[in-house]
Design a protein around this ligand. Structure first.
Ligand SMILES: C[S@@+](CC[C@H](N)C(=O)[O-])C[C@H]1O[C@@H](n2cnc3c(N)ncnc32)[C@H](O)[C@@H]1O
Length: 224
C-alpha cells in the first residue's frame, strides 16, 4: 500500500464494496478455519474458560467469534471493529446458532474506547489488528483497556516486528513472505517499543518466541 492510507481498511467504501461482493472472509485475511482455531487455542492456552468474558477487538467477520461463541457461556462474547457491517455479515453467515450472540454485543469502534462494552471483561484479544495500524493505536488501546476493564486477566495481541533498529526503516520480509514497513501498512515495529508501550500503560508483557502464521508475533499482557 503506497497511497498514503493508514491501512487498506480506511480506503473509501472499502467495507461496502467488499461486502457487496460477498468477500467478508477475504477481507480479514482468509485462512478461515485455521486462523479461527489458532486464536481459540491461544486463548485456551492462556486460560480462557467458558465462564470468562471475552472481548474480541477488531473482530472482523467473526473468524474467532464463530468458534468462541459456542465455547463461552451465552452472552459472554463481545466484539468491536471499525466496521459493524462486517461483524454483522459474520453474525448472519458464520454463526452455527446466531441466537447465541445478540447483535448488541457487536460494537462499532475505531478508536479503542470500547463504548457499551461492560467492565466485566476478563480476557481480550486483538489478532492481526495492530499489524494494520501505526503504533499509537496500540498505545491508545492499551491505555483504554487498562482504564476500562479492572477485571482484565489476559490480553493477547499480535504485531509484526523489525529485527532491530537498523532494519526498522527498510521493508522487512517476514518469515512467510509478507513484506512490512515502518511508515505504511502492513506496519512493523520494534519489540522494545511494544514492551515499552505495554509497561508504560500498566501491563506486564511476554513475547512468544515462535512466529504465528504470516510472521506475526504474539504478545501476552496482564495487568501489572
Ligand atoms: C486482518 S483483520 C483481522 C480480523 C480478526 N481479528 C480476525 O483475526 O479474524 C483486521 C481487522 O481490524 C479491523 N480494524 C482496522 N482498523 C481498526 C480500528 N482502528 N479499530 C478497530 N478495528 C479495526 C478491520 O476492520 C478488520 O476487521
Amino acid at each position: 500500500m503506497s497511497n498514503g492510507l493508514v491501512s487498506p481498511y480506511t480506503a473509501p467504501d472499502f467495507y461496502a464494496d467488499a461486502l457487496s461482493k460477498g468477500r467478508h472472509r477475504d477481507i480479514v485475511g482468509g485462512r478461515w478455519d485455521e486462523t479461527g482455531r489458532l486464536q481459540m487455542d491461544l486463548l485456551r492456552e492462556a486460560g480462557l474458560l467458558p465462564h470468562h468474558r471475552l472481548l474480541d477487538i477488531g473482530a472482523g467477520s467473526l473468524r474467532l467469534g464463530c468458534k468462541a461463541v459456542p465455547y463461552l457461556d451465552a452472552g459472554h462474547y463481545w466484539a468491536t471493529d471499525a466496521s459493524r457491517a462486517l461483524m454483522l455479515a459474520g453474525h448472519a453467515q458464520e454463526l452455527a446458532d446466531p441466537a447465541r450472540l445478540s447483535p448488541d454485543h457487536l460494537i462499532e469502534d475505531a478508536d479503542f474506547t470500547f463504548p457499551a462494552i461492560p467492565d466485566t471483561i476478563t480476557h481480550a484479544i486483538a489478532f492481526a489488528v495492530f499489524t494494520h495500524l501505526p503504533m499509537n493505536h496500540l498505545r491508545l488501546a492499551l491505555l483504554s483497556l487498562h482504564a476500562r476493564f479492572p477485571r482484565l486477566e489476559t490480553l493477547l495481541f499480535t504485531t509484526f516486528l523489525a529485527p532491530d533498529a537498523a532494519a526498522l526503516p527498510r521493508p522487512v520480509k517476514q518469515p512467510d513472505g509478507v513484506v512490512t514497513h515502518a511508515t505504511r501498512a502492513p506496519w512493523h515495529m520494534l519489540a522494545e517499543d511494544v514492551l515499552h508501550l505495554a509497561t508504560a500503560s500498566g501491563f506486564a508483557i511476554r513475547q512468544r518466541a515462535d512466529r504465528l502464521p504470516r510472521g506475526q508475533v504474539l504478545f501476552t499482557a496482564t495487568r501489572a
